[in-house]
Design a protein around this ligand. Structure first.
Ligand SMILES: [Fe+2]
Ligand SMILES: [Fe+2]
Length: 399
């Protein structure tokens, strides 16, 4: 029977060849729904957002939007003059909106052959307001594909101006087919409904042979893994601390180059913190996955990495970024990575405090709510049981 099936396939291929069509050119079978995930709202800016979703076959996408106080439009062009299209991911960048504006959008997907069309429901979103009087946001970290934890984080977390997913979304990208469900539909949750996503890269997010594909499906404000923005009185800088071992560690298979990226971010930090909206911000916060400080700082010799030895704090990042962060008067660095909640107040040597969220398991997971207004910037870290683990407050910096 097996042999007959094999002969049958060959015969089909031969017949197609005879007609001048190779087997590879034949139309693939249509299997499953065209749209695989909700439209994920990412990379909020003062003038727009980017919407990303997954499809099961070659398709075109566009986003219709309407303002709650009038105005409407369609975003249907990429940066190169093409209609957004892809066979796995559709990305539509919306621009030209008002700062702090309230909007709705729906994503429209059409199969390449024009035979199928899907419209999402209308969904609310808003742009960042750099001049707003107040802001609210949410921070998750180290979810590591733990569906129970993600489901509970999603249920517990309120909406906000943005959601920082502070790294280690996955374990390792061994399997290419884990990228879409992990990043765009984690635990089956519509997790950016009411809180647009800003991903901060963790060390596990860059592991495995398929990790290089992550930027295909994650939008950031300027297309890089480091970025800065104002939301009301808070200036936010997001940084990529890279791996927790040197780039040449054998476990990375020669796939990573974070040394140059740390240097580039160091130069960029000095430039961005000199811009008036960051230089003069009442509150100054940085997010990076690996902490820049830790409770017991051990220096690991280059040959000692592996066998359980990894960076608890990103010494190599701190050496490049510390002076710029201090000069900027960064008040707090918010991180994850250690799977252990911690708060290290500022010191004379390290004027920035270090807040660290918990781990992927239900008993160690945390989420952080941030709120700022003219009076103070407040962080409240809670466990999944609702218990408050840390409560930290900063007064506005004198400008
Ligand atoms: Fe982690
Ligand atoms: Fe980590």
């Amino acid at each position: 029977m097996k042999r007959r099936g094999f002969i049958g396939k060959m015969a089909g291929g031969a017949a197609a060849g005879a007609a001048g069509i190779s087997a590879a050119q034949q139309e693939p079978a249509v299997v499953g729904p065209l749209v695989k995930t909700p439209p994920v709202v990412m990379a909020p800016r003062h003038d727009g957002v980017e919407v990303v979703w997954a499809v099961s076959r070659l398709a075109k996408g566009r986003v219709e939007w309407k303002g709650e106080d009038g105005g409407s439009g369609t975003a249907a062009a990429d940066a190169f003059g093409m209609v957004p299209q892809g066979e796995e991911i559709l990305r539509v960048r919306i621009g030209g909106l008002k700062a702090g504006g309230r909007y709705q959008f729906r994503a429209i997907t059409e199969s390449a052959d024009g035979k199928e069309r899907e419209e999402s429901a209308w969904r609310k979103f808003h742009t960042l307001d750099p001049k707003g009087e107040a802001t609210e946001f949410v921070v998750w970290n180290d979810t590591h594909e733990n569906a129970e934890t993600i489901t509970k984080l999603h249920a517990a977390s309120p909406g906000g101006d943005f959601l920082i997913w502070n790294g280690d979304t996955c374990n390792d990208w061994h399997r290419e087919d884990r990228l879409v469900p992990t990043l765009l539909h984690p635990a089956g949750q519509d997790f950016t409904d009411g809180r647009p996503l800003l991903l901060v890269w963790g060390n596990h997010d860059v592991r495995g042979k398929w990790a290089y594909k992550l930027p295909d499906m994650i939008a950031t404000p300027a297309g890089r893994p480091f970025y800065a923005f104002r939301s009301g009185p808070v200036a936010v800088i997001c940084l990529h601390t890279g791996e927790d071992k040197p780039d040449d560690h054998p476990s990375f298979g020669g796939r990573v180059a974070f040394g140059p990226l740390r240097e580039e971010q160091g130069a960029w930090l000095r430039e961005v913190t000199a811009r008036p909206e960051f230089r003069d911000a009442p509150y100054r916060v940085a997010f990076c996955h690996i902490p820049l400080r830790w409770k017991k700082e051990r220096v690991i010799a280059p040959g000692e990495y592996g066998n359980g030895n990894y960076d608890s704090y990103s010494r190599s990042s701190r050496e490049v970024w510390h002076d710029a962060l201090v000069a900027w008067k960064a008040q707090v660095i918010v991180s994850g990575h250690m799977h252990e909640a911690a708060w290290l107040p500022g010191t004379a040597e390290f004027p920035y405090g270090q807040l660290v969220g918990g781990g992927p398991r239900a008993d160690s997971a945390t989420w952080i709510e941030g709120k700022a207004d003219a009076t103070s910037l407040r962080f409240v870290m809670k466990g999944l049981d609702g218990k408050v683990i840390e409560r930290i407050e900063f007064k506005p910096l004198a400008v």
